[in-house]
Design a binder for this molecule. Sequence first.
Ligand code: ZN
Length: 259
Amino acid sequence: MNDTIYNNIFDAHAHYDDKRFDIDRKEIFNTLQSKGVCGIINNAIDIETTKISIDYAEKYPYIYATAGIHPQSVENNLPANYKEVIASYLKHPKVVAIGEIGLEYHYDIPKNLQIPVVKEQIELAKDFDMPMVFHDREAHLDTINILKKYRPKGIVHCFSGSVEMLREILKLGLSISLGGAVTFKNAKQPVEVAREVPLDKLLLETDAPYMTPVPFRGKRCTSDNIVYTATRIAEIKNMPVQKLLDITKENTMNLFNIK
Ligand SMILES: [Zn+2]
């Protein structure tokens, strides 16, 4: 089904700094555009990956970066001045958001460490009038409460909540991005969410190298695999795949202020 060549594939969320790309990263970056990929936002998880993301963005015109501290990084020698450091990177012309930030309750990371860091970074996003990229894993209630209180702009990435939570997110003016989970055989909630989300609030992502869509589930993901996710969502929404790619590309560029 996917021998068709699509274009306007904009991957709103990937991690090409992951070591799984060490062997062929350059080759991937040099070939993705020939597979229809027009943009990638490489999401940082700490200061080191912020620098690396910016390096990719400086080398490749179609790659953009975020700057931020992921909840899984709050225990790893987070410098006391991390806010100033992140703020300095937000001024870079190819840093399009603060992220990824958020709450990770699947792993046992103290909430009293995670919550202040996410709140401070949301405040930073507001100070800079920039979007944020929020990671919510098994932390739906606290996520909603924090987003309601601070009202930042941006997205909840790899959205894993219910349709009810989606409605709350939309009321706050936020968008969501969906990835490979919608293609999984047992996917029920992601399918309902894909059906419900208005087209102007939807972005597509891989979260590469993770979350690889069927039929490659379990293998390393690259941005061109979005076609499988898009095909599934287009089927759910009963629309042409290319049209979905066109719209989500526009949404991504508008949300992250990419010209
Ligand atoms: Zn991510």
